[in-house]
Design a protein around this ligand. Structure first.
Ligand SMILES: Nc1ncnc2c1ncn2[C@@H]1O[C@H](COP(=O)(O)OP(=O)(O)OP(=O)(O)O)[C@@H](O)[C@H]1O
Ligand SMILES: [Mg+2]
Length: 416
């Protein structure tokens, strides 16, 4: 196949308009990236990655083995929901490059792709009301025919990552993401569970985006405000934990590690406490049983000099995984095991002494213990044993919290 390609545009920090940055060359199975000359000589330019400086000359950045796109581009490429949408609408599978070119102006982060090196890709800005978007998503998810006039709804929807049904929605002129129910859901409705996770995270002092639980077409929908968009058309350039660790998609199944990310944050972090705030993320995921914490579920802002933690998202106690409590990322010396001992096992890597790390554990568990019932009520979910188990097992294991359940009015097994 003949090589084809797209120009890559980037919104530089503080700039409301994109700058031509590089060229993505698609060669049939994979695409490589190189900066364009005008970018390399631009004094405001930033490197696209911490370890891939502007002085790379004509070097190309190749994807990791087996992957189709370089990591920093895969981070902002459509995910599995988008793949499903495109296949349903077009009746054919799209390759990674074709998928990437969909959904201009809605993708996460500060990159865009287009055919011209003179004109950035433009946005025709067609808007639909929330109910219309919700019913189009529901039709598509249930594999019902979608009204041809509504196909444009997905011009923006499919550009986002992740596997769950979602769409970009404007609320009072600001971009939010709607996360919907699916006909395939079993158990508690995921938008409610995720709102529960976000509520507890906010209570625990984690940085989370604004969110609200609403209803559309008779089902709950979680609305999450986009944290990669700023006023005046500015955007944050973001990288996933997978890209920070330079992992291929396949490697990221086994080699994603909180400690390795902490090392990067200590090297490039914007704030001195960046690594310890990252410790809290890991701790929170273990404490609520959010085992679906894979490396694409963590994003970092990169401004060419510093990395910063972007707000936490996709936080949800995983009820089915509560039994084995194995996380998607390595937690500590005991691998992916979701226990508090494991969380504490490499505290120094997060810039914390043992006593400081333990104090953070105690403080977070105390907040969860006192707030989880109210948080469940707020999202209208019943207090079931599986929710309790997802929340509790890790707290039970920790010697310091053993016996906490004395006097607990919800039953002898309660420890949070
Ligand atoms: N508030 C937000 N602002 C900007 N980008 C976001 C936000 N929330 C999520 N994203 C981006 O969208 C992607 C998909 O979101 P999310 O992880 O919530 O979806 P999901 O379908 O539940 O994912 P998964 O496949 O992990 O279950 C994320 O990987 C991230 O790149
Ligand atoms: Mg996700």
């Amino acid at each position: 196949m003949k090589a084809v390609g797209s120009y890559v545009w980037i919104w530089l920090p503080g700039d409301g308009n994109p700058t031509l940055c590089g060229f993505l060359r698609w060669q049939g199975r994979a695409a490589d990236f190189a900066y364009v000359k005008s970018y390399q000589t631009n004094p405001s330019a930033i490197s696209v990655l911490p370890d891939w400086s502007l002085t790379k000359g004509s070097d190309s950045l190749y994807p990791a083995q087996d992957d189709a796109l370089p990591g920093f581009i895969a981070d902002v490429a459509p995910g599995r929901w988008a793949e499903f949408v495109l296949e349903r609408l077009n009746g054919a599978k799209a390759n990674a490059y074709e998928q990437l070119l969909q959904g201009v102006h809605a993708r996460t982060g500060a990159l865009e792709f287009g055919p011209s090196h003179r004109e950035p890709p433009s946005d025709d800005g067609s808007a639909f009301d929330f109910e219309t978007i919700a019913s189009a998503v529901a039709d598509l998810d249930a594999e019902r025919p979608v009204d041809p006039r509504l196909r444009a709804v997905f011009r923006h929807g499919p550009s986002l990552g992740g596997r769950r049904p979602k769409a970009t929605i404007a609320i009072d002129g600001e971009p939010w993401i709607g996360k919907f129910c699916s006909v395939q859901d079993r158990g508690p409705e995921p938008p409610r569970m995720e709102a529960f996770g976000l509520t507890l995270a906010r209570d625990c002092g984690l940085d989370v985006p604004d969110f609200k639980l609403v209803e559309a077409v008779g089902k709950p929908v979680l609305l999450v405000k986009r944290f990669d968009r700023q006023s005046g058309g500015r955007r944050h350039h973001v990288l996933s934990a997978r890209t920070l660790l330079n992992l291929s998609e396949r490697q990221s199944l086994t080699d994603g590690s909180y400690v390795s990310v902490a090392q990067q944050l200590r090297r490039h972090g914007l704030r001195p406490d960046e690594a310890s705030r990252w410790f809290d993320r890991m701790l929170f995921n273990v404490a609520i049983g959010n085992t679906d914490d894979h490396p694409l579920n963590h994003l970092f802002g990169w401004d060419g000099r510093h990395l910063s933690l972007m707000p936490a998202f996709d936080l949800e106690p995983q009820l089915s995984a509560a039994e084995d409590r194995l996380h998607e990322m390595v937690i500590g010396r005991a691998g992916k095991e979701g226990s508090l001992e494991n969380v504490l096992s490499q505290h120094a890597e997060f810039g914390l002494r043992r006593d400081q790390a333990e104090e953070r554990v105690q403080r977070m568990l105390a907040v969860i213990r006192s707030n989880w019932r109210q948080a469940l009520e707020m999202v209208d979910l019943p207090d079931t044993s599986s929710v309790r188990y997802a929340l509790m097992a890790s707290a039970r294991e920790h010697p310091a919290t053993r016996g906490d359940n004395e006097g607990e009015d919800q039953g002898a097994s309660m420890s949070m």
